[in-house]
Design a protein around this ligand. Sequence first.
Ligand code: 0WD
Ligand code: CA
Length: 366
Amino acid sequence: MSSSKTSHFLPLPPLSLRTPPPPYRRPTIISTYSHQPDRSIRHDDSSMAYYRPAPIGCDLNHGFDRRTERNESVDEHLDGLCDALRKVEEESGKGERKGGIITWRGMITRIMTAPYEDREGWEMTAIALDGSVYVELHDPPDVRAKRRKQQSTWAWQTYMGYSFESFSTQFLVPEQENEDWPTGWGGDVNTNVQWCNVVRSAIGDIPLCLGGEVDCVRAEPGTPHPGLEKCVELKTNRVIENEKQEFIFHKKLLKHWAQSWLLGIPEIEVGFRDDSGILRNQRAFETEKIPRFIASVPSAHPPWTPGPCLHFLHAVLNLVLTHILPTDPCLRYPPDSIRRGEQSPLPPATMWRFSFIPRRGCELYE
Ligand code: 0WD
Ligand code: CA
């Protein structure tokens, strides 16, 4: 529990909950942007990659020593997303923010999958500004140091994920090909490069504006952005050899499903690799069919159903909006009068925190 003055607690819904969940509106794109190899942003699709199947038998260890990793000590907050929204507003002349929640898709994935998360808690910051609430990860240095230490033990698995992406994609303007490039290699891994799509959606009555990374599109190289319905998410997994491993994979499918569903990505391509990092097979999953697939797996209890996730997501965001929006200084003073400079100095934006305690629920505090 926090020591702050006001706090509100929201327990997890029972996992047996069967009441119809709030609907999730089909996302529509409002903008895209591209992080370049030096991490700078261009408001175009220059970092969009085209899907082509990775060759079975390829070695996902390839290129490990030549990889370039994003400098994770730089906290980018919501910069790329806000930049994109600012540009959309400049060009359209209308406000794209219009209330609701503005955040990375990854934040919503975490809130949504929390009912089934037994181990990892998290903390997020919510800031009210101009009638919208901006949500980002609260990442204090000690938590960050601990996470990075954990990540380093997974560095090799993580690299194989990126390497699978390289083997599964090609850019329109390919990198200079090297003599030792194996068949299908799309270029050395540089995690600075990201293609982001900004979408508008809603959970029940709560508007959402989400930014997220998209791995590639299923289209002829050279085609301009073919729309969300052609986007593909890439994942890797160890080959499944027994029932226990299959059960673990089915549990993992919750996070894969939520992540892609939130942005409107219809297809997830999973590459299965062996312990030495050789790609053994791959399988495409249709995002919207994953919940039904999980429900059809013969077992006493399905590992998850979407209902509690959508209920909890709506309840958390509703809690946040209900308590934060009335304290928004821009709602206390009409936005127009602030812009005209009639209310100066501007009152500081209000900031709240909310945290997730595994198996218990979510606590919101000022
Ligand atoms: O926790 C997050 N989601 C954070 C995201 C923390 C700090 C920054 N960001 C940035 C991302 O770098 C990106 O520019 O936010 C933007 C959008 O992220 P997202 O799409 O919301 O992130 P998420 O859905 O969690 O992950 C998508 C991909 C990952 O692919 P896999 O297949 O592993 O889910 O984004 C990458 C990763 O490739 N990614 C990251 N790369 C480097 N550092 C990070 C990170 N902290 N988080 C996600
Ligand atoms: Ca991916």
